[in-house]
Design a protein around this ligand. Structure first.
Ligand code: ADP
Ligand code: MG
Length: 239
């Protein structure tokens, strides 16, 4: 899988969002939102419940259409989302399909080898022939991650994938996502309600507030908590 991946930061801007509006009836959720994401960046998206985090990810995944505004992926209108994968808080595995068949879902031809590679990448080689029901919550999320990886996404959208996990499993998953990001060089947008987690894993943290980006912080990877600690405190108070 690794050989076919573009090198990190190879293609400039992964994502450009200009003047993005999204309304549901009378409710304006996103209001002239602008965002530019360099390829290979790891962004954490935070904000109060209902601020529009999932809405933004669904638009970026092509699962919903903006009311107005421009969405560009690698400079092109985001009309086909083959390079993008979205992962949710619940793994959404099909219970009547074995783990490996969940990973290969929707693929045709000879995909089993690739599915096994993807399962190996998330540390689940030994679970290929098990039923989803026999897995723990964390293992199910790993399968969901493998199901995303097999498509070699350039953009990985993670909507609170760690939210339902216990503390230890959560840290393991965080580390796994970070490792895969370093290996594969895809761009990540991770929604989390946990500011400490955001700062621990991401290059950059954006806060969605009143329908747009209210704060945009670069994280010093070497010393996350010492960097911009004033803004960090502010961020914590606004989530
Ligand atoms: P977050 O993920 O930040 O908690 P969401 O993006 O899920 O927030 O939702 C933002 C707002 O938009 C909420 O008020 C929610 O109720 C509303 N909303 C989301 N999807 C729909 C929809 N399909 N129809 C109507 N309202 C929606
Ligand atoms: Mg949400």
């Amino acid at each position: 899988m690794t050989a076919q991946q573009p090198p990190r930061n190879a293609s400039g801007i992964a994502l450009s969002v200009h003047g993005l509006n999204k309304t549901f009836g009378q409710l304006q959720v996103l209001r002239a939102l602008d965002l530019e994401v360099p390829a290979g960046q790891f962004i954490a998206v935070v904000g109060r419940s209902g601020c529009g985090k999932s809405t933004l990810l669904r638009l970026l995944a092509g699962l919903d259409q903006p009311t107005s505004g421009e969405l560009l992926a690698a400079g092109q209108p985001l009309k086909d989302n083959r390079d993008t994968r979205l992962m949710f808080q619940d793994a959404r595995l099909l219970p009547w399909k074995k783990v490996i068949d969940n990973v290969g879902l929707g693929l045709t031809g000879n995909w089993r080898e690739r599915a096994l590679e993807a399962l190996a990448a998330v540390g689940l080689s030994d679970k290929a022939d098990q039923w989803p029901a026999t897995l723990s919550g964390g293992q199910k999320q790993r399968v969901a991650l493998a199901r995303a990886l097999i498509h070699q996404p350039r953009l990985l959208l993670l909507d609170e994938p760690l939210g339902a996990l216990d503390a230890l499993t959560r840290i393991e998953m965080q580390q796994l996502i970070e490792k895969l990001w370093r290996q594969h060089g895809f761009t990540v947008l991770l929604v989390t309600h946990d500011v400490a987690e955001a700062v621990a894993v991401a290059d950059r943290v954006i806060l969605i507030e009143q329908g747009r980006i209210g704060l945009d912080l670069t994280v010093d990877v070497a010393r996350p908590r010492s960097h911009g600690s004033f803004q960090l405190a502010e961020l914590e108070s606004r989530v």
